[in-house]
Design a protein around this ligand. Structure first.
Ligand SMILES: [Cu+2]
Length: 344
């Protein structure tokens, strides 16, 4: 009897102690510099009920030179490639370089313990350099404005003191303009539709489901995320952009509670476009070709995050390790992301 009471009391104390230490641990694990995933990643964390987060994120993707499969081509080589490719392309010009910048406003709000909602406004700014066939002269086209807008809900499926399993139910609405024209390639003679990668949005509603598992350690955290971006149906120009699937794994290491470095590996798969915009003749330039949009890339992310008086600064540099592209496309040399965020 005495033994039984002692045992019950001991068990109750142990349970209480575990609960209180769990509660402390839960919050302290999620309030360090690694509370967000590396800067290029979204949908990896929740907020407390009633808490807001505002984030400004800048992303830049830099592409130079063309690639067919896993082979980099010279500018002359990309004209030669286009002469015998299926379909024939680059008869008017070839792209040589592209800078794709993105300004993003990301707002999150915790609704309940297990649900956080968010929205993301995008402002892309796209610049592409080209070389004309024939005289070899260069020209540059530019496009910027509102991109597509994402809305989402993050649902906590499971958590314990150092784990979070989060389902991302998101979608984007086609607020980005997909039909702008330029007279630059023809030296002011005719209006031409900007090719696919120069467009500001997808023109379709996209489903963007994802799932993240994050595990916190004393010295840092790691995460695994599968994230997709899939257009639903075709847009009013009668095409749809790539289905996109990303599988990410990362580890963030804390140097102090307020400063962390991270390493990330990303697998990225893209399908070719479906349908075709009648205003993008394949023969003109490779960026008009629907079957030259897919491929696989392996990317490395090297990041750092600092928590300064409640402001989180998060940066990541992402060199491309390997790319296998369908047809001929500009190859991605690197991307980067930098963000400022604050919760209140
Ligand atoms: Cu947030």
């Amino acid at each position: 009897m005495k033994f039984g009471l002692c045992f019950a009391f001991g068990f109750a104390c142990l349970t209480l102690w575990q609960h209180s230490s769990n509660a402390d641990g839960f919050d302290s694990y999620r309030s360090r510099a690694d509370k967000h995933a590396p800067a290029s990643i979204m949908g990896d964390h929740l907020h407390d009920p009633g808490e807001w987060m505002v984030e400004y994120k800048y992303m830049n993707m830099y592409m130079e030179d063309n690639r067919a499969g896993t082979r980099t081509l010279s500018d002359a080589g990309s004209f030669t490639y286009g002469d015998s490719s299926t379909p024939v392309t680059n008869q008017g010009a070839t792209p040589t370089q592209m800078t794709h910048e993105m300004h993003m406003l990301h707002i999150m709000r915790g609704v309940t313990e297990d649900i956080t909602v968010y929205t993301m406004l995008m402002l892309p700014s796209i610049t592409m350099d080209h070389q004309r066939r024939g005289d070899g002269s260069a020209f540059t086209t530019h496009n910027s404005g509102f991109g597509d807008t994402t809305f989402g809900a993050l649902l906590r499926l499971y958590s314990d003191v150092n784990d979070d399993l989060i389902l991302n139910l998101a979608g984007s609405v086609p607020t980005g303009d997909i039909f702008r024209t330029t007279r630059i390639p023809s030296r002011g003679v005719t209006d031409q539709a900007l090719p696919y990668p120069m467009r500001l949005g997808s023109g379709t509603f996209n489903a963007k489901p994802g799932i993240t598992w994050k595990h916190y350690l004393e010295s840092g955290s790691w995460g695994v995320q599968f994230q997709s971006d899939v257009p639903i149906g075709r847009n009013y120009r009668d095409y749809s952009v790539s289905d996109e699937f990303r599988l990410n794994t990362w580890y963030s290491h804390l140097l102090t509670d307020n400063f962390s470095t991270s390493i990330r590996l990303e697998n990225l798969w893209r399908t070719n476009y479906d349908g075709a915009d009648a205003a993008t003749p394949d023969a003109m330039i490779s960026t008009n070709v629907e079957s030259f949009r897919g491929g696989y890339s392996l990317n490395l992310g090297l990041g750092a995050a600092a928590l300064v008086k409640g402001h989180l600064l998060n940066v990541e540099f992402v060199p491309t390790l390997y790319q296998d592209l369908d047809g001929i496309q500009l190859e991605t040399d690197w991307t980067m992301a930098a963000s400022w965020s604050k919760s209140f």
